[in-house]
Design a protein around this ligand. Structure first.
Ligand code: TYM
Length: 387
């Protein structure tokens, strides 16, 4: 029995990724596939060499089609239930790399509907507000405005609903129960929701009136949705969406992923330098009980969350990370210095990100898609609330 839980709505415990590969039926990304990818990208992102993006579905097919002159588009998303943290940013940095390397469109879904349905204490108005707030973080990462379409589900409800209906008709309640572990106390919106998350996987095919390959970068928690998409879409005459999947940036404390619901263990893009310093200082490390013992015995990077942050996001240079690892193990690098070093790197990233986030407010309309028809405004122009 696994001693972790992994669903799109709950991740806890130490996830066993080898077991996930077997259980989900995803493919590990091997060296052969990396060489094939490199033929197109000329270089390989450290997220790939470090096995942070570790698994996929049909990436070979996506590259084959690209080579034949049938390019793909990217699709990813965010459930706007609060502020964005560094764990969310990780797959988006990689998505931007893919966009830059292949010069392709990105469709970015903000699932305010999902978060409203699954989070008992979140109002629809707040979820919708977070869509716009979180869009600033996405834009700040530098996606190409001409090739990036960001949308809130609420804003694009007509298109999504029309197409989700066709998908929903092909999925039974028992499949939903088996896939997501929902039981009879789930609200009926939750049961329907996955069909909305499937639509962007065919949105370009709908627009162009012909099948367009789609690849979805995401962390493994979202795979159950797209397993269903891959089941249903061929029945409607569409391609199966491909995916490229990452592991989780961990919590700053011991065990589990970085999660917005446990605030002090996550670093948010809006955190100030002082808050970051405090959180990193309180992080779980692989250090010894005292500096003296650590100098003698060395630390243990393999269990250390500070080391994991260096490895997964902030020290992507191979020589530098090797040095951190060997200095730590050799007792030369103590936790204080290592934490300091990480704090500085995070704050450097966040200071820039926060500036770009502010600037994003001026260009948000270049990115956002919105359906024009709003019933309430047709009825009463003065009322600014949505229906
Ligand atoms: P959400 O908002 O939970 O997460 C957004 C993206 O971040 C990934 N993620 C993480 N990656 C690394 N480390 C972590 N600690 C971590 N926590 C979350 C998620 O896998 C996701 O890629 N239902 C989705 C929104 C969505 C979506 C999509 C996501 C709609 N369509 C298509 C990916 C692809 C959600 O609530 O994501």
């Amino acid at each position: 029995m696994a001693d972790y839980i992994l669903t799109p709505w709950e991740v806890s415990g130490e996830v066993d990724y080898d077991q996930i590969i077997k259980e989900f039926g995803i493919e590990p990304i091997d060296d052969k596939l990396l060489s094939y990818l490199k033929e197109f990208t000329n270089e390989i992102h450290p997220f790939l060499t470090r096995k942070i993006f570790f698994a996929h579905r049909d990436l070979n097919w996506i590259l084959d089609e690209y080579q034949k002159g049938n390019p793909f588009y990217l699709y990813t998303g965010r459930g706007p239930s609060g502020n964005v943290h560094l764990g969310h940013v990780m797959p988006w940095i990689f998505t931007k790399w893919l966009q830059d390397k292949f010069n392709v469109e990105l469709w970015f879904q903000l699932t305010d509907d999902e978060k409203f349905l699954f989070n008992q204490s979140l109002s629809m108005e707040d979820a919708y507000k977070y869509s716009y707030d979180n869009a600033l973080d996405i834009i700040a990462l530098g996606f190409d405005p001409k090739k990036t379409f960001i949308f809130s589900d609420i804003d694009l409800a007509g298109t999504l609903y029309r197409n989700a209906l066709k998908i929903a008709k092909k999925i039974t309640f028992s499949t939903i129960k088996a896939t997501f572990g929902l039981n009879n106390s789930a609200n009926i919106g939750q049961i329907f929701y996955t069909s909305i998350q499937t639509v962007p996987a065919i949105i370009k095919s709908i627009i162009e009136g012909k099948n367009v390959p789609c690849i979805i970068p995401h962390a493994v928690d979202q795979d159950p949705h797209f397993r269903l998409s891959r089941d249903v879409l061929p029945k409607l005459g569409y391609y199966k969406p491909a995916s490229i999947q990452c592991i989780f940036l961990p919590s700053l404390q011991q065990g589990g992923k970085m999660s917005a619901s446990v605030e002090h263990t996550a670093i948010f893009t809006k955190d100030t330098p002082d808050i970051v310093k405090k959180k990193v200082n309180n992080a779980f490390t692989g250090g010894q009980a005292s500096a003296k013992i650590q100098r003698e015995l060395g630390g243990n990077p393999s269990i250390c969350s500070v080391y994991k942050y260096h490895f997964m996001l902030f020290t992507l240079d191979d020589d530098e990370i090797k040095k951190i690892q060997s200095r730590c193990k050799g007792g030369d690098l103590l936790c204080g210095e290592c934490k300091n070093n990480l704090t500085q790197k995070i704050n450097k990233f966040l200071t820039k990100h926060q500036e770009k986030r502010e600037k994003a407010k001026d260009v948000i309309d270049d990115y956002l898609l919105k359906e024009k028809i709003n019933l309430r405004s047709l009825v009463n122009e003065k009322n600014k609330k949505f229906v």
